[in-house]
Design a protein around this ligand. Sequence first.
Ligand code: OXD
Ligand code: MN
Length: 586
Amino acid sequence: MTDNTSVLEFINKIKGLVNPNHVVWIDGSESQLEALRKESCQKGELIKLNQEKLPGCYLHRTKVNDVARVEDRTFICTETKDEAGITNNWWAPQAAYKKLFSIAKNSYVGKPMYIIPYSMGPIGSEFSKIGIEITDSIYVVLNMAIMTRVGKKVIEALGNGNDWVRGLHCLCGIDEEQRYICHFPQDNTIISVNSGYGGNVLLGKKCFALRIASYLGKKEKWMAEHMLILGVQSPKGEIKYICAAFPSSCGKTNLAMLIPPEVYREKGYKVWCVGDDIAWLRKGKDGRLWAINPENGFFGVAPGTNSKSNPNALACAMSDTIFTNVVQNLDDNTVWWEGLDKNPPSDAINWKGEKWNGKTAKDKGAHPNSRFTSPAKNCPCISSEFENPQGVPISAIIFGGRRAQTTPLVYESFDWNHGVFVGSIMSSETTAAASGEVGVLRHDPMAMIPFCGYDMGEYFNHWIEIGKELGSKAPKIFNVNWFRTDKSGNFIWPGFGENLRVLEWALKRCENQAEALKTPIGYLPFSKDINLEGLNLAPSDLEDLLNVDNDLWKKEAEEIKSFYKKFESTIPMELTKELKKLLFFL
Ligand code: OXD
Ligand code: MN
């Protein structure tokens, strides 16, 4: 497939290590992918679903000990511990390679070695980057073929270049004690062993497009962020683009594909999805910030996805989709998950592969982190700019988390540096996307704690530097919280499509078309400026949602102070200054 010496050298080295039966290059052709689907079904790794109801759809179950990203076994392997920073697990590269090679040794015996050339971003775009993943899993090949652009065209685009990310994945025995997800940013290398769960093994996604890419972005003056990208089209036909960062499983996919409320649809508003998880951003020739989505598909959380919460995501998953760890409905060989509808199947198999009766079962049928992998082109609201090699210009950046209290529905930062501060103080209640306890409050600056490939203090510095580059053309920065609850613990804000009302206010602020109230935490909307037309929400509820409780914020600021202590040696003084200002004005 290639005579690129850097590629051939890597492949020969890995081949000698893992000792496969034979080598298979993934060329990206439908005939090759179809043959692999067949083979995988024969082996029992994939289950072919009802092809009339779900054409091109398959089901896969991971091992029960392997259902989420494993942050405690994810490492950044840089020469020094300081480069990885306090929020990453660090491992010295030589020691890490030694251990990983000993685990990987001979692990492909009797199996094929699949070589997947893939592009993050449209092939040939100056924004895009190339990777090669070696794997022994057909599931990984098929998921990568949905999530990224794969095959011959990518190898041709690489030519003789050496600027590509090396990736090795070995299933081994899915032994959680020997599971490691390791990144070597200084060698452009990723090695993942003993897992088959997407976030740990689809190396283009979190490993490359966030951890390695954030490191490259710092070096090359661009940003790799855990952000969705969407376009809001106004009745005049003008489209403004927004990026938004929320921690895993906090509704990025839902926001990215939102359907405007009826009153907005009637006026002619539309929302276009450019991406639901990752944005690569850089200053464009016009001085503004531009974004591409490096991915080519959606790896969405299934539970909670339904015809009300996200009809577009549901439409994506109706064809050419791989489902992971959802319920198999034996009645008609389709799939089900909690929150899909109120009609769970009685004759079914749960995510663990056991017989399950949804009418009587006490336990969940689908894993809370069960997923659908669907091609972006399936999305009814995919943006016409999705394949644009230049990406889209960004008007606003939105941060957000899952907070029952404290954080109001929306506020705007005073300026870029204060916006970086707002991103740096993000915190959220944990979800099932990573292993560990669910519902615990954790700081997650810019939703990047699990994904930043270097020291987080340096990462904040990088944001400050990008702001200087952009100057007056920098997007405005906002914070939102859809998850505030009342005294009985119920969400006050309806969320989903209604979130457009908040985006509308943010975009108006970008155009200087709305007033705001200056508070110690930032600019807040006047309640009259959030459009409640057609929404059954009491004005007093909106007042509650926009309330800033100074006592709670004083506590929050103390929390932030101790969180900032972790980064004492590298945190930019611009941010400590913002914290001082907050404490002063509260
Ligand atoms: C994801 C995650 O899968 O953040 O996107 O875990
Ligand atoms: Mn994510």
